[in-house]
Design a binder for this molecule. Structure first.
Ligand SMILES: [Zn+2]
Length: 233
């Protein structure tokens, strides 16, 4: 193979590697965001479970205050009842007291339900806490791997870039320019093999003359896609 084409292939190898690494780098913020979103959703689940425990406590406290208030009312009624001499009034107090006692009973039944619910909710919250801790540890680990991976990728890109500059220096500038134009335009490869008269880039058959040129080690481009062709022995 022509020496300049051999050198171009090395240059192309570096460029392809740089391109792949840069694609990885470009993807990094998205990967990071995905992980961060996952962590945020896990936190929402935990917060929700904790919130339900808190709401239950508030509700219970409200009921207790209501019961205390009604007990206070009963105590007042009883004092007033003792002071009255009218039978009708005495009876009326009795009715009030009974009414409040029934209400207290209802409130206390509800409080019992809430206490049972509290146990359940606390269990759910404890499990959520455990799940969150596990998820958080995993995601933090993945994030730090991503960060350190990114550092390594950047170092590799810099090494490859330095190497490609060295490689390019040994090739004729016009050829490097042609190669670069093609590499940017094609996105994958600018220098491709010609095998059985088929271009390795566009997979079309090249004219006999082009095939002959490649065999004769002349610098030739595929008439279809423009890529530089090299001979495969
Ligand atoms: Zn072609």
């Amino acid at each position: 193979m022509r020496q300049d084409l051999e050198a171009l292939l090395v240059l192309q190898d570096r460029d392809q590697k740089i391109k792949a690494l840069q694609a990885q780098q470009k993807n990094l913020p998205r990967e990071k965001k995905t992980l961060e979103d996952k962590l945020a959703s896990a936190r929402v689940v935990l917060d929700h479970a904790k919130q339900r425990v808190k709401e239950n406590e508030v509700e219970k406290r409200k009921l207790q205050l209501e019961v205390e208030g009604k007990r206070g009312s009963i105590a007042r009624f009883k004092t007033q009842q003792q002071q009255t001499r009218k039978n009708e009034e005495f009876q009326a107090f009795n009715n009030e007291i009974k009414h409040f006692e029934t209400e207290i009973q209802g409130l206390e039944d509800h409080e019992l339900e809430l206490m049972e619910q509290a146990e359940q909710l606390q269990g759910v919250a404890a499990a959520a806490e455990k799940d969150f801790a596990k998820t958080e540890a995993t995601i933090r680990d993945q994030l730090s791997r991503l960060e350190s991976g990114a550092g390594a990728v950047q170092g590799r890109v810099e090494d490859l870039q330095a190497d490609r500059v060295k490689q390019a220096a040994g090739i004729e500038p016009e050829l490097v320019e042609l190669y670069q134009r093609l590499f940017v335009k094609k996105g994958d490869a600018a220098v491709v093999p010609l095998e059985h008269e088929i271009c390795g880039g566009c997979h079309m058959k090249v004219p006999t003359q082009t095939a002959a040129d490649v065999r004769g080690e002349k610098l030739a481009q595929c008439p279809q896609c423009g890529r530089i062709l090299y001979r495969v022995i």
